[in-house]
Design a protein around this ligand. Structure first.
Ligand code: PMV
Length: 360
């Protein structure tokens, strides 16, 4: 079984003075949700997500060797401009991963990053952002240690991304990614995400995710606080067990192409996530009235047309509408005629299942 010791590297065979890498890393949308964690970003339950394709972060990491000191040295640019408010996050990430990347204090870094989605869209950029940063740092480690296998490169990238933001570990490699140990998923680990190890039915390979931007404001409660509120939550243990059951059922649906079972699990998971928020102490609600309007409209449309469309939610008010490509004409027609009125400034983003991070 994988252990944190697999990711500690002490001696490098090469030296590198300077250079740069650029990678893009996508966002992902969870079907079985991660909500609740233990120490060191270990998830309280396993989760599975579709990797997205269009919503991504593109990050260039420049590096130049310096005299080793006891401080990290980096400049951070967001869309070409220095962004001081991001520095503490990166600083904290560097502290968490230094044990695994002992070269971090040997370089001056320039981290230059941009998102393909609007930054005030309410779409979390922490998954794609941390994934893009982690894979750039791993590219440098691979220069220092060229014998590294591809398998190790991607596993360790996911391992490091997890320490930045839990869900980021599902944004590295693969279209359907499982994170967290599960009895029925071979190779699954609490330490990193793994590609769903079985062949996914063709219908799920074409899945579309149209993200309806219901509320683009800053969330009232961060996911860090939300995860924390699962400690001592009255329903926590049952919920964590349920996630295991749901992942087992979803596994079967993904293999068999059973869209009905997929819909049942995916929608129930979304509502359960929000039910956990509403039943924590203190309680909170991240859905907005228009979130519910959209959900009801989707249920009505599905009832009338029998088309395999469903929704999921992340920790916010926006709605992800999921459906296979072969019904996209009908669904987009439904979205534009009936759902855009519930979106802020009629805004939405068309995304679909993707494959993971890419070197640029
Ligand atoms: O990765 P975090 O700590 O931002 O948590 C993400 C939590 C959810 O998006 C709500 C669910 C998930 O599995 O992605």
């Amino acid at each position: 079984m994988a252990s944190v010791h697999d990711f500690i590297h002490s001696a490098y065979t090469q030296t590198v003075q300077s250079g740069s890498f650029t990678w893009s890393a996508p966002s992902n949308i969870a079907l079985v949700k991660y909500w609740g964690k233990k120490e060191n970003q270990i998830p309280a339950n396993p989760s599975v997500s579709f990797t997205l394709s269009n919503c991504k972060t593109i990050t260039t990491l420049g590096f130049k060797e310096k005299q080793k000191s006891d401080k990290f040295s980096f400049d951070f640019l967001f869309e070409g401009q220095p962004k001081e408010s991001f520095r503490p996050k990166i600083e904290k990430f560097f502290e968490r991963v230094e044990e695994y990347l002992p070269f971090l204090k040997d370089y001056d870094f320039t981290i230059s990053t941009q998102n393909t989605f609007p930054h005030s869209s309410g779409i979390a950029s922490s998954a794609s952002g941390m994934a893009a940063l982690a894979i750039n740092l791993m590219s440098l480690e691979r220069l220092l240690n060229p014998e590294m296998t591809d398998d190790h490169f991607y596993k360790k990238t996911s391992f490091l991304a997890r320490l930045g933001s839990g869900s980021a570990c599902r944004s590295i490699q693969g279209s359907v990614v499982v994170w967290g140990e599960h009895a029925d998923i071979e190779g699954s680990s609490d330490l990193f995400g793994v590609e769903f190890p079985e062949a996914v039915h063709d219908v799920f390979k074409t899945y579309q995710d149209t993200i309806l931007l219901v509320d683009k404001g800053e969330k009232q409660v961060s996911s860090t606080i939300g995860h924390d509120l699962m400690h001592g939550h009255p329903y926590a243990e049952r919920r964590f067990a349920q996630a295991h059951e749901n992942l087992a059922t979803l596994k079967k649906a993904l293999i068999e192409g059973d869209t009905d079972a997929f819909i049942k699990i995916t929608e129930s998971e979304a509502l359960t996530l929000h039910a956990m928020m509403m039943t924590s102490q203190p309680y909170f609600i991240l859905m907005k009235p228009n979130t519910l309007q959209i959900i009801n409209a989707i249920w009505k449309f599905r009832q009338e047309t029998q088309l395999p469309v469903c929704f999921t939610l992340d920790a916010g008010a926006n709605v992800h509408v999921l459906y296979p490509e072969n019904v996209s004409v009908e669904i987009l027609q439904f979205i534009t005629s009936e759902l855009l009125g519930y979106c802020q400034n009629s805004q939405y983003i068309c995304d679909k299942i993707g494959t993971g991070a890419q070197a640029l």
